[in-house]
Design a binder for this molecule. Structure first.
Ligand code: OAD
Length: 233
């Protein structure tokens, strides 16, 4: 089976009802992205950040994977599929994707601020408020404060190396729903081997090299077209 590596961004989940980051002028749910997704923002106002991510968690529980998420699962019948996502939602997993690597962390997880390897999946009995309601001073069973298991701007991306390894083994590389402006995620495209087929699905695509086959459609329509192209070959 050929290796199909798929890199997804916020546009992948847009049709599930999750707001993208930059489509509305740099504001995300009425906040400046840097206030709610940067290490400086967290240092300045941790309460705002906890409240913000608690709201995002509640929203996530109300939405469902869309046809594009399910379409990628369908492709597992034909290819060895690995999904690399910048999204912190769990919609790929809920749709049934077998291999999902999160570059920017996971919304439904928090971790101890003292011991980074103590990662808790919400809701979790080891947390003072089970971590999902509105308390802003969540502590774990050891008395340590926790923080979102999210990679903020200004922090390193621990899963970038495994993501590069996957990209470098791709026979087919697909990018879906991302502005390709946030590094290092945007650089993954450059790790695909020279001979790989490359597709980019986005209704408002960024400028890409000429060998990239652009499908300028929303994720649901674009993935349906991709399935046709890839399975008819
Ligand atoms: P952006 O919000 O920057 O970009 C969303 C992209 O999705 C744009 O290119 C849109 O054209 C496209 N789009 C919108 N609706 C779509 C649809 N229905 N189907 C397909 N595409 C659609 O989001 P990202 O590029 O993913 O980082 O942002 C990258 C990172 O910036 C995020 O992971 C996040 C943010 O700060 C962290 O949280 C660390």
């Amino acid at each position: 089976m050929k290796n199909l590596v798929i890199s997804t961004g916020a546009g992948m989940s847009a049709e599930s009802g999750i707001t993208t980051f930059r489509d509305a002028g740099g504001l995300w749910e009425n906040h400046n992205v840097m206030d709610v997704a940067s290490d400086e923002g967290f240092a300045r106002n941790p309460a705002l950040i906890h409240q913000f991510y608690n709201e995002r968690r509640k929203q996530l529980l109300e939405v469902k994977p869309n046809a594009a998420h399910y379409g990628l699962v369908e492709l597992e019948k034909y290819f060895n599929v690995n999904v690399i996502t910048q999204n912190v939602d769990d919609l790929h997993e809920r749709a049934g994707s077998a291999n999902v690597l999160h570059l920017h962390g996971e919304l439904m997880k928090v971790r101890s601020m003292r011991y980074e390897d103590r990662v808790y999946t919400l809701p979790c009995d080891e947390l003072s408020d089970r971590g999902i309601e509105t308390s802003v001073d969540t502590i774990d069973a050891y008395g340590d404060h926790v923080r979102p298991h999210i990679v903020f701007f200004g922090e390193s991306v621990p899963n970038f190396d495994p993501a590069c390894r996957l990209a470098s083994q791709a026979d087919i590389f697909v990018v879906i729903g991302t502005t390709l402006v946030v590094y290092p995620a945007a650089a993954l495209l450059q790790y695909a081997p020279a001979g790989a087929e490359v597709y980019y699905i986005d209704p408002n695509p960024a400028a890409v090299p000429s060998h990239v086959h652009v499908i300028a459609k929303k994720a649901t329509e674009g993935v349906a077209e991709l399935i046709q192209i890839l399975t008819q070959k």
